[in-house]
Design a protein around this ligand. Structure first.
Ligand code: COA
Ligand code: AMP
Length: 633
């Protein structure tokens, strides 16, 4: 283990406040914090409570003031529209200041919420930064979510303004966003005062008089505004993430701790600095997009790449290599599923040879477990270091990773490597005792969480407590299971709750179950995640019919697919529903999901001692054998 890492890690745990006081100097403050760690009125830990700063200033104006005005800040590369452009720091600052003026004119001020429901266009980034500039709180909703999901978020965040675009563009189709937005606003109890719509040439949106405004028209009239100081603990954004219940949790991100953590993580994990080109191939709707397309690279003075396309089919599996070569990307970060898609389409990576990848130094993966075959393929084809790292929407940056900036540690395929400084990671058994090395348990983090991590759940501190802190007092429960090996390397083995991970997207099976259960023919259901070669996991619904109901199972499956698509979104990739006679349950009535998953994946399974009726497992087993044959065909 690298000595420098060991020293830094120990200091971050044993001398926590001194450590984070020192790291606070990585960014520029209007008022430097004196209070490093404290607790708020809800007894939640807070970082830098008396510091004052502005995140958009750090990401933009600061660099212009320090001679980086002409450096590219953001490169937009859009194979789906055949277009692209580059914004220098000076240009991005000007556009953001101008759009901050638009928001101010619409009455948005400090603490007001703004929902951003947009595709991967530069305006989405400008919108996020413009909110930060005036102290408003943005909440970006991923474009692949359906109207109902957007409505739930509107009711929870209660935005003054919603920002959207006429459409998003997928591989072979244009997806009209505006009708989804209209349906969501109609369904929500809370109504925004205004909607601002970016009209794209692929699809013009119909506007509602008085409520809707054209983005470009407002921009043309607006006056730029300066960044306003905010308190470090003021919220920068809310990002909703799936939990075990149907209602997503609004993860709150503060300004001060987040800015410090973003800057620190760029040194520690990615080992990049000002002027480097950094590309996180994700979407601004996910935490990877928030942290590593927008905030961390810009706060660091890097050039960030915003890619509106896919790893395959836009136009081919060489797209990522083209982007890296064309924009001289030094560090690439994406989810393993992207490389699985590329490997399937171009197993020998022949398309790579058309591009000069001399610029690319390292590849990072997160969002789901980096399976060793994908790791091996990537290593072999690129010859570059490939690093897995583990984190969550809740944390904003790596809980465990390879501390490359302090000296890279040897990679162990299947492991996220070592806990990042600031995170006291433990693996606990069900009694709350530390597990032995190699013994699997719940992966938890001893409180306090380091800067950058969520201080609470939006509008619901009680939910923060019950969802994350109650299970193991004194610890944050990550929801993941895993183990340490004898060298202290952390292996994350998957969720211990009902959250599934589909193509690097975190989804709640509970949410899909709620939609399925509303079908008139359905008495009861369970959605489980089963293994999928490309997406890691995909959901499958097991459905019990109401007594006396007689429906064609294939017709029912088609209906349920449509319902989940319409109510959760295409991103759920819900494509299979099986009608079953019974569901395996414990004697206390809990569905045995684990055993269902094992059966579905064709693995050996143990008959749980708590099962009510073991014979059900044979029935399910035979149904899944037929299902797997159907899927293969
Ligand atoms: N707006 C609207 N619809 C969207 C969307 C968006 N922003 N993003 C995805 N969708 C739709 C897709 O069109 C697809 O619809 P379909 O069922 O009609 O084909 C559906 O949601 C599922 O999308 P996706 O999960 O992206 O699957 P895919 O089969 O289109 O592509 C991959 C598979 C692996 C290529 C793709 O998931 C990918 O590029 N992943 C990269 C990893 C990533 O971005 N991870 C995020 C966290 S780091
Ligand atoms: P999200 O909040 O969408 O970023 O999803 C976080 C979840 O994705 C984690 O709780 C894990 O279950 C999973 N995850 C993310 N990164 C990794 C990784 N490197 N290895 C294993 N699982 C991961």
């Amino acid at each position: 283990m690298a000595r420098q890492y060991e020293q830094e890690y120990q200091r971050s745990i044993k001398h926590r406040e001194a450590f984070w006081r020192e790291k606070s100097a990585l960014i520029s403050w209007y008022e430097r914090p004196e209070v490093i760690l404290s607790k708020d009125e809800h007894n939640c830990y807070r970082w830098y409570a008396d510091g004052e700063l502005n995140t958009a200033y750090l990401a933009l104006d600061y660099h212009v003031e320090n001679g980086r005005g002409d450096q590219p800040a953001l490169i937009y590369d859009s194979p789906v529209t055949g277009s692209g452009c580059t914004y220098t720091y000076a240009e991005l600052t000007q556009q953001t200041a101008q759009f901050a003026g638009v928001l101010s004119e619409l009455g948005v001020g400090k603490g007001d919420r703004v929902i951003i429901y947009m595709p991967m266009v530069p305006e989405a980034v400008i919108a996020m930064l413009a909110c930060a500039r005036i102290g408003a709180v943005h909440s970006v909703v991923f474009g692949g979510f359906a109207a109902n999901e957007l409505a739930v978020r509107i009711d929870d965040a209660r935005p003054k303004v919603i920002l959207s675009a006429s459409c998003g563009i997928e591989v072979d189709k244009v997806i009209a966003y505006k009708p989804l937005l209209d349906r969501a606003v109609e369904a929500a109890g809370h109504k925004p005062d205004h909607c601002v719509i970016l009209q794209r040439e692929q699809e013009r949106a119909a506007m509602k008089p008085a409520r809707d405004h054209d983005w470009n028209e407002l921009m043309a009239k607006a006056k730029p505004v300066d960044p306003v100081p905010v308190i470090a603990t003021d919220p920068l954004y809310i990002l909703y993430t799936s939990g075990t219940t149907g209602k997503p949790k609004g993860v709150v991100r503060d300004n001060g701790g987040h800015a410090v953590a973003m800057r620190y993580s760029m040194e520690l994990i990615y080992d990049v600095g000002p002027g480097d080109v950094f590309w996180a191939a994700s979407d601004v709707g996910w935490v990877v997009g928030h942290s590593y397309i927008v905030y961390a690279p810009l706060i660091t003075g890097c050039t960030t790449v915003l890619y509106e396309g896919k790893p395959v089919n836009t136009p081919d599996a060489g797209a990522f290599w083209r982007v890296c070569a064309e924009h001289k990307v030094k560090v690439l970060f994406t989810a393993p599923t992207a490389f699985r898609a590329m490997r399937k389409a171009d197993p020998e990576a022949k398309l790579m040879s058309s591009y000069d990848l001399g610029c690319l130094e390292r590849i990072y993966l997160a969002g789901e477990r980096l399976d060793p075959p994908t790791y091996d393929w990537l290593r072999e084809k690129t010859g570059l270091p490939v690093y897995d790292h583990w984190w969550q929407t809740e944390t904003a940056w790596a809980i465990a990773g390879n501390p490359v900036g302090l000296g890279a540690c040897p990679v162990k395929p299947g492991s996220a490597t070592l806990p990042a400084p600031g995170y006291a990671v433990h693996v606990l058994d069900s009694q709350g005792n530390n597990c032995e090395p190699l013994e699997q348990g719940s992966v938890v983090i001893k409180l306090p969480l380091p800067p950058g991590c969520l201080p609470t759940v939006w509008g619901d501190p009680q939910r923060f407590q019950s969802a994350y802190l109650d299970s193991f007092p004194g610890y944050y429960m990550s929801g993941d299971g895993g183990y340490f090996d004898e060298d202290g390397y952390l292996f994350i083995m998957g969720r211990t709750d009902d959250v599934i991970n589909v193509a690097g997207h975190r989804l709640s099976t509970g949410e899909m179950e709620e939609v399925i259960a509303r079908h008139p023919a359905v008495a009861e259901c369970a959605v489980i995640g089963i293994s999928d070669e490309l997406k890691g996991q995909v959901p499958v619904g097991l459905v019990l019919l109401k007594n006396g109901v007689n429906v064609d199972p294939l017709q029912l499956e088609a209906d349920l697919i449509t319902r989940v698509r319409d109510e959760v979104g295409a991103v759920a990739s819900f494509k299979h529903a099986l009608v079953v006679e019974r569901l395996p349950k414990t004697r206390s009535g809990k569905i045995l999901r684990r055993v269902l998953r094992d059966i579905a994946d064709g693995m050996d399974y143990k008959v749980p001692s708590t099962i009510d009726d073991p014979a059900i497992l044979d029935e399910i087993h035979s149904q899944f054998s037929t299902f797997r044959r159907r899927r293969m065909a």
